[in-house]
Design a protein around this ligand. Structure first.
Ligand code: COA
Ligand code: AMP
Length: 627
C-alpha cells in the first residue's frame, strides 16, 4: 500500500515519541508536556504525565473562550419522551460548572470516585463532565445492568457519591432505577455518603432524607466552579468491562492521553470538521458512548447527538434516518446489530428513502464484526461509505480503521481495514512467532499502547499484567483472533477468550457460568456464545443436573434464566438452556466449550485428540435436534 497513510504510519512506527509529541500540539493544555510517556515503577506506561490540563475545560470552556459559545454542543433527542433539546457550548458549560459546584458542596474533589447510573439524558453527560471538571473520577454503569452488577462496581470503585435518575425508559416500559440503586447500595460493602437523584416526571422516586439529594433543588443554590487543572496521567474515568470471570475489570482512562486520542481520532478516523454534527447511536454506559457521544465530539468542537431511543420500535425502523434529517447529522456511528434490526423490519430501505438524509456523508460501524451481508445492505441502501472499525473498551478508540481523514483506502468487506497510526498491530501464534500474511493467530499490539489506551486496571496492576501483558512479553494481548492479509488489512474473526458480544453488548460467559453453577441443583455446566442472526451472538447454557435433584426441568430452567437476568441484567439474554447427561471434556477434565459452540452452530467439529469420550457429541446432537 503506497500513499499518504503509509507515509504517516511509517512516521509513527519509526519514532512514536516524536510522532505523539508533534500531535500533542493539538491540545489546549494548561501546561504542555515536555515528555511523551514514562514508565512507572511497575513498568506501566503513562502518556503526558508532566502536562497539566482539564478535559472538561477542553470540551467546553476552550470553545466558549474562542468565541464558539453559541454553537450547538449537545442535541438531546428522545422519542420515548417526545422531547428534543439543544444545549449550546455556553449553556452546557454553565450546567456542568454548576453541577460541579453541587458535587463540591458534598465534598467531592480531585481523585474521588463518583458512580453514575443514569439513562440517556443530558444530565448523564453533565454529570460526567462535572466530575472531570473537579478532577473526580467517574464510573458510569450501563442502565441495563442489574443491582448486583452495580453493587460489584460500587465496591470496586469505592465512590464518595452515586448519581442516578429516577427511571430509564425502554421503548414504552418505564424502568424504575431508584429501587435498583437502593438495592445495590444495601448490597455493597462500601458505604456511600450521598446520592444525587435526577427526578424524571415519568416515575419520580422517593428520596431518603439523610442520604439522597434532589438534583433540581441542589442546582438552584449551586455556585459554578472552574475546571481544576490535573496532571496528564490523572485518571479521568473508570469503565468496567466484562472479563473472563464474574469480577469486571475497571479500565482506567487518563486525562492527557485520552484528550489527545479523542481529538486525533475525530480527524483521522472520522474525518470530521469542527461544528459538524456527529452522532454515535450507542449508550453512555459503553465505551462508544464515553468516547464518541461525550468526549471526542466536544473536545473537537462538533455537535453531538444524545439519542434516547432504539433503532426500531421508537416508533419504527426509520428512526435513525429521522434523526439524521432533523439534526443534519454528518456522520453516524452505530453497531451492526442496530442495522440488522432495521434491515429486518425495513429490508427495502423505505425509511431511508422517505427522509432527507443529504447531510449524511458516511457511516461507521463497530462493537462487533461488520458481517458482509449487513455491510452490503447498508451500502446499497444508503449509497454512502460504510466503514467498519475495530476497537475495545480497553483502547478507547479505533485500533484498525479506514483512515479517511488521511486518505480513504479501498474497502474490503469483512475487514476493519488497516492499523490506525499509533497502533503497531501483530498476529502471533501460540509461541509468540509472527504469523505470515493471511495466517490466523492472536492479535497483539506492540507496547507502548498509544495515548488514550488503558494504563492499567483500577487498583489491580497484577490483573492487568497477567491478563494482557504476560502472554507475549512486550505486547498487549487483545483477546481477539484474526489475521492480516497481504495488503495489510486486519480481519478480526472473534474472541479467543470467554467474552461474547450480544447485540453489541460485551458480556462474560464465564460470569454466567459462575451464576448457573452456583444453583444447588447444578452439578456442572458450560456457557458459551452461539450465532444469532440479529444480535450476532447469544449465550447458551448446557447443564448437568445433580442426581439428587427431584424437581422438573422446566422449573430449574426458569430459575437459571431468572438468576442470570437478576444478577447481570436483562441484556444478558440467556434463554437457551439445555439439560445434558454429560459434558464433553479432555482427559485432563477441561470442558470443550468451543466444540459445543461448533456443534450448535452447525460447523465442522475440530475435536482435539485429547478428548475423553467423543460419543457425547452424538448424544448432544440428538438432543439438539429434538429440542
Ligand atoms: N436499561 C434497562 N434495560 C435495558 C437497557 C437499559 N439501558 N438496554 C436494554 N435493556 C433490556 C431490554 O429492554 C431487553 O429487555 P427484555 O428482555 O425484557 O425485552 C433486554 O435488555 C435486551 O435488550 P437488547 O439486547 O437491547 O434487545 P432488544 O430486543 O430490546 O433490542 C436491538 C435489539 C438490536 C434493537 C438493540 O439491542 C440495539 O439497539 N442494539 C444496538 C446496541 C448498541 O448500539 N450497542 C453499542 C455498542 S457500539
Ligand atoms: P467492547 O469492549 O465492548 O467495545 O468490545 C470489544 C470487542 O468487540 C473486541 O475485542 C472485538 O471482539 C469486538 N469488536 C469490536 N469492534 C469490532 C469490529 N469492528 N470487528 C470485529 N470485532 C469487533
Amino acid at each position: 500500500m503506497a500513499g499518504e497513510y503509509q507515509r504517516i504510519y511509517q512516521q509513527f512506527q519509526s519514532d512514536p515519541v516524536k510522532f505523539w509529541m508533534h500531535q500533542s500540539q493539538r491540545i489546549d493544555w494548561h501546561t504542555p508536556p515536555t515528555e511523551a510517556y514514562h514508565q512507572d515503577s511497575q513498568g506501566l506506561y503513562h502518556w503526558f504525565a508532566d502536562a497539566k490540563l482539564n478535559t472538561s475545560y477542553l470540551a467546553l470552556d476552550s470553545h466558549v473562550n474562542q468565541g464558539y459559545g453559541e454553537r450547538a454542543a449537545l442535541i438531546y433527542d428522545s422519542p420515548v419522551t417526545a422531547t428534543q433539546q439543544t444545549y449550546s457550548y455556553r449553556e452546557l458549560r454553565d450546567e456542568v460548572a454548576h453541577f460541579a459546584g453541587v458535587m463540591r458542596e458534598l465534598g467531592v474533589g480531585k481523585g474521588d470516585r463518583v458512580v453514575i447510573y443514569m439513562p440517556m439524558i443530558p444530565q448523564a453527560v453533565i454529570a460526567m463532565l462535572a466530575c472531570a471538571r473537579l478532577g473526580a473520577i467517574h464510573s458510569v454503569v450501563f442502565g441495563g445492568f442489574a443491582a448486583h452488577e452495580l453493587a460489584v462496581r460500587i465496591d470496586d470503585a469505592t465512590p464518595k457519591l452515586v448519581l442516578g435518575a429516577s427511571c430509564g425508559i425502554e421503548v414504552e416500559r418505564v424502568i424504575a432505577y431508584k429501587p435498583l440503586i437502593d438495592e445495590a447500595l444495601a448490597k455493597a460493602h462500601h458505604k456511600v455518603q450521598h446520592c444525587i437523584i435526577y427526578q424524571r416526571p415519568q416515575c419520580p422516586a422517593e428520596l431518603s432524607p439523610m442520604r439522597d439529594v434532589d438534583w433540581h433543588q441542589a442546582m438552584q443554590t449551586a455556585t459554578a466552579v472552574d475546571a481544576v487543572p490535573v496532571a496528564g496521567d490523572h485518571p479521568l474515568y473508570i469503565l468496567y468491562t466484562s472479563g473472563t470471570t464474574g469480577t469486571p475489570k475497571g479500565v482506567v482512562r487518563e486525562h492527557g492521553g485520552h484528550a489527545l486520542a479523542m481529538h486525533y481520532s475525530m480527524e483521522v478516523v472520522y474525518a470530521m470538521k469542527p461544528a459538524e454534527v456527529f452522532w454515535a447511536a450507542s449508550d453512555i454506559g459503553w465505551v462508544v458512548g464515553h468516547s464518541y457521544i461525550v468526549y471526542a465530539p466536544l473536545i473537537y468542537g462538533c455537535t453531538t447527538v444524545l439519542y434516547e431511543g432504539k433503532p426500531v420500535r421508537t416508533p419504527d425502523a426509520s428512526a435513525f434516518w429521522r434523526v439524521v434529517e432533523e439534526h443534519h447529522v454528518n456522520a453516524l456511528f452505530s453497531a451492526p446489530t442496530a442495522f440488522r434490526a432495521i434491515k429486518k423490519e425495513d429490508p427495502n430501505g423505505a425509511g431511508f428513502k422517505r427522509h432527507n438524509t443529504q447531510s449524511l456523508q458516511r457511516l461507521f460501524l463497530a462493537g462487533e464484526r461488520l458481517d458482509p451481508p449487513t455491510y452490503e445492505w447498508l451500502t446499497e441502501t444508503t449509497q454512502l461509505p460504510v466503514l467498519d472499525h475495530w476497537w475495545q473498551t480497553e483502547t478507547g478508540w479505533a485500533i484498525a480503521c479506514n483512515p479517511i481523514g488521511i486518505e480513504p483506502l479501498p474497502i474490503k468487506a469483512g475487514s476493519a481495514s488497516v492499523p490506525t497510526p499509533g497502533f503497531d498491530v501483530h498476529i502471533l501464534d501460540v509461541d509468540g512467532t509472527p504469523c505470515a500474511a493471511g495466517e490466523s493467530g492472536a492479535v497483539a499490539i506492540k507496547l507502548p499502547l498509544p495515548p488514550g489506551c488503558l494504563p492499567t486496571i483500577w487498583q489491580n496492576n497484577e490483573r492487568f499484567k497477567a491478563g494482557y501483558l504476560s502472554t507475549y512479553p512486550g505486547y498487549y494481548l487483545c483477546g481477539d483472533g484474526g489475521y492480516i492479509d497481504e495488503q495489510g488489512y486486519v480481519f478480526i474473526m472473534g474472541r479467543i477468550d470467554d467474552v461474547i458480544n450480544v447485540a453489541g453488548h460485551r458480556l462474560s460467559t464465564g460470569e454466567m457460568e459462575e451464576i448457573v453453577a452456583a444453583h444447588p441443583a447444578v452439578a456442572e455446566c458450560a456457557v458459551f456464545g452461539i450465532s444469532d442472526t440479529l444480535k450476532g451472538q447469544l449465550p447458551m447454557a448446557m447443564v448437568v443436573l445433580k442426581d439428587s435433584y427431584s424437581g422438573t426441568w422446566a422449573d430449574i430452567r426458569a430459575e437459571l434464566i431468572s438468576s442470570v437476568r437478576t444478577q447481570i441484567g436483562a441484556i444478558a439474554c440467556l434463554k437457551e438452556v439445555l439439560c445434558v447427561e454429560r459434558l464433553p471434556k479432555t482427559r485432563s477434565g477441561k470442558i470443550l466449550r468451543k466444540n459445543l459452540r461448533q456443534l450448535v452452530d452447525g460447523e465442522a467439529l475440530q475435536i482435539p485428540s485429547t478428548i475423553d469420550d467423543a460419543s457425547i457429541f452424538t448424544q448432544i446432537a440428538q438432543q439438539l435436534r429434538s429440542a
